[in-house]
Design a protein around this ligand. Structure first.
Ligand SMILES: CC(C)(COP(=O)(O)OP(=O)(O)OC[C@H]1O[C@@H](n2cnc3c(N)ncnc32)[C@H](O)[C@@H]1OP(=O)(O)O)[C@@H](O)C(=O)NCCC(=O)NCCS
Length: 170
């Protein structure tokens, strides 16, 4: 079994009611709602998300959907990323605050990893606030390493960014 297969099998599968798919226009208002629920997350104009969903931005989106009934579904997480071979940058990622610690973030990340490595990506990058301990723990568990620091990168409040990198193939 490869290291990746081993890692994936160690993660609890998503509940049968949750599945992942590309971001679509009909998801955007809920995605924006999740984004706004986290005050320290990067907040984008909603049109940016519509652009990502419509293929008009140089970025792609992924959503986690919870099926509440045959007729009702809702977005419980999202991830936006940009591929610039051989790298991919995670631009934004969040889970509905009511749904954290259910492995939804982990599964979105694993889905992304499988998808981008197929396209030849070798490195995943992201920035995170040093004060965002839960997110740092989340990334460290996923084998990201801190590789740099960007002075005063964030505003409201001003804070440095930690640059984190995950290399594939090791
Ligand atoms: C970071 C985030 C995406 C994680 O999503 P999640 O679905 O809750 O994460 P998972 O359930 O997959 O957690 C996987 C592991 O990450 C770590 N982790 C996640 N949340 C944590 C927390 N609040 N405190 C400590 N460790 C945490 C744990 O090791 C966890 O494993 P465990 O639950 O078996 O202990 C989510 O907390 C979130 O949306 N945060 C707000 C937005 C944000 O900060 N985004 C990152 C911007 S750079």
């Amino acid at each position: 079994m490869s290291q990746r297969e081993s890692k994936q099998s160690a993660v609890a599968p998503l509940s049968p009611e949750i599945y992942l798919r590309p971001l679509q226009g009909r998801d955007v208002e809920q995605v924006k709602g999740i984004e706004m629920a986290w005050p320290l997350l990067s907040h984008w104009d909603i049109e940016v998300y519509y652009g990502v969903a419509g293929g008009r931005q140089n970025a792609q989106g992924l959503v986690a959907i919870e099926r509440e009934s045959d007729l009702k579904e809702r977005v419980v997480g999202f991830l936006v990323y940009r591929i610039t071979l051989p790298d991919t940058e995670i631009l934004n990622i969040a889970v509905d605050p009511a749904c954290t610690r259910r492995q939804i973030g982990t599964q979105m990340l694993h889905h992304l990893e499988i998808q981008v490595t197929r396209e030849g990506v070798q490195n995943l990058f992201l920035e995170v606030r040093p004060s965002n301990a839960p997110a740092r723990d989340f990334y460290l568990k996923e084998k990201f390493m801190e590789v740099g620091r960007r002075k005063d990168y964030y505003s409201n409040p001003t804070e440095d960014a930690l640059l984190m990198k995950r290399e594939f193939g090791n």
